[in-house]
Design a protein around this ligand. Structure first.
Ligand code: F6P
Length: 319
């Protein structure tokens, strides 16, 4: 059995350690590893090559993905999936491991239902928004990147006595924003999942300002679309000059943390073991409460990620 690995959708730190482990563990099991370059676009374009130890030496510490990634616009077209299948068949590749988010899993699920291909998904997105798993590759590094950026923004906030609205990525999901707000000591946090009581926040913060607080950090999830609104709100309701800082793509980059690297290794070993030892496929490897498990692709793609109540409770104490 030959297995190919592909990165699909937004890149996430941890993809490179996963690629390295994929090659090492495949050779360890006397299997031939393949890389599909540039995401599902590469599968259509026949950009598939045998992977070697040389390809993955020295990549462990790098963010992004050395094999590239893409959000393929052609993949929804059946004729392109047919081409993709032919490209795999002529190399004797019968299984694919996908590092990506639920959109990518959906695309692969369709593919594997139509053609004789087996698929295992590894959750990889800084958004941490995949149902069925508490953790996706990339989120730990992204949280640390945000933490580092906020430590710097706070220098100006405190020196200039300014408010800062910090916009955090995460699509429709507030995980990245809420967790970093808690870890960075933000006073305000707006995420799509919670209707923040701004009247109460105004009362609490006005009192703190009377008592000497001279700056405010407000984290806003991109999915709320409320960054500009909050800049005005802080200026008008709290009387503090305020700036906006959109962290943007720096959140997707950077050297994977130690945790991320170890998790990447574990995810990949589980995925390969599922395919070559346990004969299980069309599954996603998940991580919950310190343990790995697998969930059916249907369970993952037909459910919505729900941010844990524990995190939402912690948000109540900030301010
Ligand atoms: O899914 C990762 C992510 O960075 C989101 O947080 C963000 O909304 C989106 O990708 C940006 O997408 P693109 O790379 O296509 O601009």
């Amino acid at each position: 059995m030959s297995i190919a690995i592909v990165c699909s959708g937004g890149d996430a730190p941890g993809m490179n350690p996963a690629l390295k482990r994929f090659v090492d563990y495949m050779f360890f099991n006397n299997r031939k590893p393949y890389f599909i370059y540039n995401g599902l676009e590469g599968l259509i374009d026949n950009n598939i090559k045998p992977a070697t130890h040389k390809d993955v030496s020295g990549i462990l510490y790098r963010g992004g993905a050395i094999i590239g990634s893409s959000r393929s616009k052609r993949w929804p077209g059946k004729k392109y999936r047919e081409i993709g299948y032919e490209n795999l068949k002529k190399r004797g590749i019968d299984s694919i491991i996908v590092l990506g988010g639920d959109g990518s899993f959906r695309g692969l699920d369709l593919f594997c239902k139509e053609f004789d291909v087996k698929f295992v998904g590894i959750p990889a997105t800084i958004d941490n928004d995949i149902a069925g798993t508490e953790y996706c590759l990339g989120v730990d590094t992204a949280l640390n990147v945000i933490r580092d950026a906020i430590d710097k923004i706070r220098d100006t906030a405190s020196t200039f006595k300014r408010g800062f609205v910090v916009e955090v990525m995460g699509r429709e999901c507030g995980y990245l924003c809420a967790t970093s707000a808690i870890a960075c000591g933000a006073e305000l946090c707006l995420i799509p999942e919670v209707d923040l009581d701004l009247n109460l926040a105004q009362k609490i913060l006005s009192k703190q300002i009377e008592e000497g607080r001279n700056y405010v950090l407000c984290f806003v999830a991109e999915g709320t679309g409320k960054s500009d609104y909050m800049v005005k709100w802080i200026e008008e309701k709290l009387g503090i000059e305020t700036r906006k800082s959109v962290l943007g793509y720096i959140q997707r980059g950077g050297n994977p943390t130690v945790f991320e690297r170890l998790m990447a290794f574990e995810f990949v070993v589980k995925a390969i073991d599922l395919l070559i030892r346990e004969g299980e496929y069309n599954k996603v490897v998940c991580y919950n409460k310190g343990e790995f498990s697998t969930k059916s692709i249907d369970d993952v793609v037909n459910n919505k990620y729900i941010i844990s109540q524990h995190i939402l409770d912690m948000l109540n104490y900030i301010g």
